[in-house]
Design a protein around this ligand. Structure first.
Ligand code: TXA
Ligand code: MG
Length: 346
């Protein structure tokens, strides 16, 4: 693709106007949300959506999320909302929850990759809300990383991936949640979490007691299995370094991480241990990076940690598993995908 100059502007009224007019003319603009930065385009314009796929290098069979600012934008996109869905809308919107619904004819095929369903989310980040209202239409936005890379949680991350590929990045500071929204499919009899994220399974269960978590969240897809979310087919969230996840009891995990580290050194690699914060000091003189104090903190810093370790020149990341509940489910899902499901039990 042809290279262009990428502007990075702090958020203010003039920046929002500039971003909205670029979007209105069919261009792609990166903007902050409470989860990760998004790569936005007019969700009702097929031509604008094509530009997102090109800028990201994203496979065209992976559908996008349409972001709305107000509930009156929903009927444009979704056919109807049943009472179960209304409950989670009332409880979690605006916020990090994406809902899969039956689509209307207004939705361009490129947005939902030819599926009969559409992913909709109402973000809570003030910049995202103001930008959608300024455009006056829903904004289609995947995470603003190059396809396959860790998602961006700062404007600098976006610039690292998108410089020369998009005209504007709106800088609204670091994203608070740090992992993407939870994706829930409400089109089947039983609601299913296709991707864990900023809203936990436990929180959703209060409103949807029968909710299930898709197999593919913590396990590699079986060969030939049907994929409910096309995003689950592709390698994701991956730094340049190789990643391995180590699970098990605490003492065994520390010993295994140290052994893997020492083997890697012997092979001439540059390893680092991505450690639970309270275990950091238990790895001797080895290079250690904190994964965070608790699951929420880990979610907020995981992608930045993966990008930072790449930049520091590490080529092998030995990551300690976290408990897959609460926000830990989203953290484990991202770690396992970054590792391409390379996981050892200590
Ligand atoms: O937090 C987020 O959700 C961020 C911010 C920017 O809002 N966006 C984001 O978009 O993570 P993206 O494109 O990186 O991830 C969208 C996920 C993909 O896994 C995709 O396969 C799934 O949602 N998805 C989209 N439409 C779908 C549909 N109709 N059916 C099933 N899965 C769908
Ligand atoms: Mg993404």
């Amino acid at each position: 693709m042809q290279s262009m100059y990428t502007q990075l502007l702090s958020v203010n009224a003039a920046t929002i106007n500039r971003a909205a007019s670029l979007l209105a003319s069919g261009e792609v603009v990166a903007f902050p949300t409470e989860t990760v930065y998004g790569l936005g385009a007019d969700a009702l314009s097929d031509a604008a959506i094509q530009k997102i796929f090109i800028a990201k290098g994203r496979p065209s069979d992976n559908p996008l999320i349409a972001h709305i600012a107000d509930l009156d934008m929903l009927p444009l996109l979704a056919k109807s909302v049943d009472s179960r869905t209304q409950k989670i809308i009332d409880a979690f919107w605006p916020g990090p929850l994406t809902i899969i619904l039956k689509k209307t004819d207004r939705v361009p095929d490129s947005l939902c990759a030819g599926l009969s369903t559409v992913a909709v989310r109402m973000p809570s980040h003030p910049t995202a809300v103001v930008l959608i209202r300024a455009l006056g239409r829903p904004i289609a936005a995947p995470s603003a990383n190059r396809s396959g890379r860790p998602s961006p949680t700062t404007a600098q991350h976006v610039l690292d991936d998108m410089s020369g590929r998009i005209p504007l990045i709106v800088d609204g500071g670091p994203c608070a949640v740090g992992v993407e929204s939870t994706v829930v499919d409400m089109t089947a009899d039983t609601p299913v979490i296709l991707r864990p994220g900023g809203v936990t399974e436990e929180a959703l269960m209060q409103y949807l007691p029968d909710i299930q978590v898709d197999e593919a969240v913590l396990h590699p897809l079986k060969k030939g299995a049907m994929v409910r979310s096309p995003g689950m087919k592709h390698r994701h969230y991956a730094p340049d370094a190789d990643v391995i996840v180590v699970s098990g009891l605490q003492a065994a995990v520390i010993a295994k991480c140290c052994a893997l580290y020492d083997d890697a050194i012997a092979q001439g690699k540059t390893p680092v241990i991505l450690s639970l914060h309270h275990l950091m000091t238990l790895h001797g003189e080895r290079s250690v990076q904190s994964l965070g104090m608790d699951a929420q903190d880990m979610a907020a810093h995981l992608y930045d940690a993966l990008r930072t370790l790449d930049k520091a020149g590490y080529d092998f990341i030995i990551a300690q598993a976290v408990r897959a509940d609460g926000m830990g489910l989203a953290v484990m899902n991202r770690l396992l995908r970054a590792a391409d499901f390379m996981c050892v039990e200590a």
